[in-house]
Structure formats: C-alpha cells, structure tokens
Ligand binder design. Sequence first.
Ligand code: ZN
Length: 454
Amino acid sequence: MRKIFARYALSPIGWLSNVEIHIDSSGHIAALTPLSQEVPDCSALVLPGMSNLHSHAFQRAMAGLGETRGQADDDFWSWRHTMYRLANSVTPDQLKTIASHLYMEMIEAGYTEVAEFHYLHRLVPDEEVPGFAAAQALIVAAEVAGIRLTLVPVLYERSGFGAKGPLEEQARFALSPEEYLELLSALKPLQSSQMRLGIGFHSLRAVHETSIDLVLAGAAKLGLSGPIHIHIAEQQGEVDQCLEAHRQRPVEWLYNNVDVNERWCLVHATHLSDKEAELIARSGAVAGLCPTTEANLGDGTFDLTRFEALGGHYGVGSDSHITVDPFDELRWLEYSNRLQARKRLIAGRAGEQPCGRQLFQQALAGGRAVTCGTGGLEVGAPADLLLIQNENPLLAGRSADEMLNSLIFAGAKGLISEVLVGGISIAVKGEHPQKSALLPSYTETLRQLIDRHP
Ligand SMILES: [Zn+2]
C-alpha cells in the first residue's frame, strides 16, 4: 500500500483539496481520504495520466528532418516523401528501439497510455503472418517503457480513391483484409491489462469502400471490441478527392455508410462542414486532435469553438512526435483557435470551467475512450498518475486551476516529479530510469537510418 499526499487532486467531479490517495497492491486507487490540513511532503497537484490517442512511433526518428525547403511548395505531401524513406528502411529491431525511447519520453512528459496507429507491416520478407514481427516490436517497446498500449494495426490497401493497390513506396504498409484479420487473430492472445487491440483503417482514400464492413465483421467474429481509428480529414486535398470520388465529404461518406459510434476515433477531423461536426458530436465518436503535428504539417485548424458548442468529445495525440508533450498539444489546440478567432479563452465557460481544466478534462475523457479505458482519478481506477512538484516558483501563489493553467500555457517540463502507471513509479524527477541505458542503441539507430538517406 502506498500513500500519496496531494494539495489538490483532479477527480472526475473536480478538485479535491488536501487529500491522501491510497494505492493498493494491485495498483488501483483504494481510497481518497480528506486530510484536515496540508502535509509538508505533498505534491502541489496530482493529475490523472494523459492518454496519447494517436502515434506513429517510427516518425519520432525524423523529427526536424522535414524542415528544409525544397523546390516545390512544401506541404503535407512533400513531407510524406521523407517519411516514406524512413518507413522503407526501418527494421523491426530499429522500430523497437525507436518506440522504446519514444514511449519513455511520453511517460516523462505525462502520457501514461498510447494508441499506436501502426501500418509498417511488411518489415520481414515471407513472414508467416505478415506484420507480426513489427507489431511485436511495438508491444515489447511499450513493455520496456511501462506505458499502456492500445495497438491499432491499420488496414492500408491502395494509394488513393479509385486506385487498385499501393504505390511502390507504400508496399510495406499493404495488407489484404484477409491478411489484416489474420494479424489481429495472431495478436489477440497477447492482450493484457497493459495492451489491448484496436482496429484501424488508414483513411478513406487508402482502403476499399467494401473493406470497412468486411474487417469490422471479421473483428467482431474474433471477439474484438476495441476502439476503431481512422484518419478522416487531415488535408483539404483528401476532402476534394473524396468529393470527386463519392460526391460526399469524408465524414459525410463515413456516416452514410458505416455505423459510427463511441468506439470510433476520427483522427485529424480538421476539415469539417457544420453538418459533419454535428454528426461526430451526436454519435459520441472522439475527434483525435494532434495540434503540434497539424501545425507542423500545415494541415489547418480544428474549430474548437464549434465542436465544444455541439458537446463533441475530443482527445489529443502526438502523432508524428515533432514534440512529445500533452501540455504542448493542449496549448496549441487553444492557441491555434485564438489566432484564428483573434480573441482569448476559447475552451471552457465563463464563470464555470476555466480554460485549462476544460482542455485537460476533455482530453482525458476523450483519450480514455479510445485507449486502454483505465478511468480517472477515482476509487477503483488504476493509479495512473502525474505528481506535480510543490514549491516551484512557476506555481507559487496559485489556486489549483491557476496551477493547471500554468502547466498548460507556461510549460510543464521539469515540473512533473513522478509518473505512476498502475501504481508503479515509472519516472522520477522527469527521468525514465531505463532511458540512459537505451541511449547508445537509440542514437546508433538514428545514425544508421539517417546516414543511409543523407
Ligand atoms: Zn496519423
């Protein structure tokens, strides 16, 4: 049994002040006991760990490599060429090393679970179950880092609307629906309290229209009921292509053809009509927002004002991992909307829910719906917690909400004193204990991958 003292702890019903959090031997919160006064060695804040609901782990290796201007206009599609070079070089072992290091960075930054949207399937020639080795590499990486993993193998069949198959540089991503279901079936026995399987479709442009129902029916037959993820409307270009192919926008097409419900995470729901925003909000699906990546790639701005007014659910992901920090994602989500609207304080409601708490709690709720679903800071939930240090000048003289606002808008780096997953301490003073041991092989892996493609 471990006890943690918090000046303020963020529960689903709001802040609890001066509380003792009891963690039992199974790593769950056993009790939340109010204290009559503050104790000296308490944490300033105890927050639930954040869910990272969209990750392509291998892309961490190219953070900063796509920032040199080329001949043509640089946009998402030119960035994709750099990404393909990496995707076509990486081995399962290198993937494991990159993902292990990345997942440790996630823990240090305050993510305690991650949904890995994984389409690097054919890394080993003539594999008995295509994709198994790469998937296993990611599962091992999550175990090494101690992060909860929702592994979302992704169906990728073709290069675009109307195309028969993938381009040569996309060959490693491609599986048939039958191969995809075989991979799910092979991975199913590996599920645990730390790892569960989701179902993924790369995008409407990359899967055949008939494959979605086929795969969902096959997954149901396997008894898999995890979350369903898809890239939906990241680029105006793919909205235009969808309109050309179907005379419908992507979200519109999806809702007209598939039963979209709370299990769905619509990643990059960036370009939405009012009607599409309403469809998502009404269905209970989660909009998977990746503001730092969307900013880096010049994708566009998610209209937070409209979505909040509709009561929509959202969470955040670090996606390409140009940065790895949930507080950064929330700041960029709010700032991109402030810049667009030319006003302040987009999230939250005047006099009720402060901006920072609204962003953080929405991202927690939305994230939990599409990752491991481990609950918030309440009795019976796993103790996945962030402890924020006391006595830091950045937090001095502030209320609980003002401290949370400071973490989001002034930066949380260095302020997380400990991260727990299932009651186990994974990082102390911002440091994952395994990270320095991994550093030589991580830097060597990056050198190999980058040297090969100067
Ligand atoms: Zn993505």
